[in-house]
Design a protein around this ligand. Structure first.
Ligand SMILES: Nc1ncnc2c1ncn2[C@@H]1O[C@H](COP(=O)(O)OP(=O)(O)O)[C@@H](O)[C@H]1O
Ligand SMILES: [Mg+2]
Length: 302
């Protein structure tokens, strides 16, 4: 089911291009570099042994789109993202990037994890960022260029020689983003990347993410449980049903101008719709886990 919130219709939005990433410059709005890859998921199911985590997933993500994935905890968001990254295989259906089946990890498909434990603690910030290019045989001079460019993009050039353990949580997440971007991926997959950060840091990183996405033109699939974060960032928001055998429940188009204004009436309407939609699934998940009675008792102060 596709729902468009009242507001600007994507197809008729100024500047055309339903999903083309754009770069806002002093001169106005220009098309971004456009190196994004299209992701297509058709009838996909993922099982762990006898347990079917997700089923019947259909998602068509055009090149350059920013798609947010929302859903109750444990419904299968990370599972789906891991399949997009090639870490796990779909058990049924197909998953392709620019038409080619995703068969395993690929620098073209970059993953930013919630935990910055994903960084190599024994390498400097610069060595973390140049790890992929170095593995691919890039010369020392080219690696220096890559480090300079991507550390510059996340505002961490001055930290190149530090170790991850010497950085704040927000800075470590910036290093993760730079490390992924250094591989110049067509798709950046982000699994609740700011979930462990304080509100202020999260806000800054959200703004940086919007800017970086706009400048790079890559496709982004971003998992979050934060509705406001999704409205701030996404071209479209996909809501998943409660698991097991979770699927895509609904798909919303966020036709709001960027940078987003969260007090825009259309944004408020969308927030309410999403809250209702996800709330229904969360209640379903709680019922399945037998938690709703307990919540009722708590609400009554028992
Ligand atoms: N490697 C695994 N083996 C078995 N079950 C798993 C594995 N990974 C995830 N699951 C199960 O799949 C479901 C979805 O998990 P996950 O994708 O982590 O949810 P979410 O990211 O939406 O919170 C959960 O029930 C979880 O326990
Ligand atoms: Mg998860």
């Amino acid at each position: 089911m596709t729902k468009a919130i009242q507001g600007i219709d994507k197809e008729t939005a100024p500047g055309g291009g339903a999903v083309a990433a754009t770069t806002v410059t002093a001169r106005g709005t220009e098309p971004a570099a456009g190196r994004g890859a299209a992701l297509r998921v058709e009838g996909a199911g993922i099982s762990f042994g006898d347990f079917r985590a997700v089923q019947g997933i259909d998602l068509d993500i055009p090149a350059g789109e920013f798609l947010c994935l929302l859903g109750p905890s444990g419904c299968g968001k990370s599972t789906l993202l891991s399949a997009m990254a090639g870490f796990i295989q779909v058990s049924e259906g197909t998953l392709t990037a620019d038409g080619a089946p995703v068969r395993g990890p690929d620098p073209e498909l970059g993953m930013v994890f919630q935990s910055s434990e994903a960084l190599f603690d024994w390498l400097t910030v610069k060595q973390n960022v140049t790890f992929g290019p170095r593995m691919r045989g890039m010369s020392r001079a080219e690696q220096n260029g890559v480090a300079d460019e991507y550390l510059g993009l996340v505002g961490l050039r001055h930290c190149a020689d530090r170790y991850p353990g010497q950085l704040s949580g927000g800075m470590r997440q910036r290093v993760q983003i730079a490390r992924v971007l250094a591989n110049e991926p067509g798709v950046v997959l982000m699994d609740e990347p700011f979930g462990a950060l304080d509100a202020q840091t999260r806000q800054v990183l959200q703004q940086e993410t919007a800017r970086i996405w706009s400048a790079s033109g890559c496709t982004v699939v971003f998992v979050t449980h934060d509705i406001d974060e999704a409205i701030l960032l996404a071209d479209r928001v996909a809501v998943m049903t409660a698991g097991p055998a979770a699927s895509i429940k609904s798909l919303y188009t966020v036709d709001l101008p960027r940078p987003r204004d969260e007090s825009d009436p259309a944004a408020l309407r969308l927030r309410n719709q999403l809250r209702e939609d996800i709330g229904e699934e969360v209640r379903k998940a709680m019922r399945d886990q037998g938690l709703d009675d307990q919540l009722d008792r708590e609400a009554k102060g028992a």
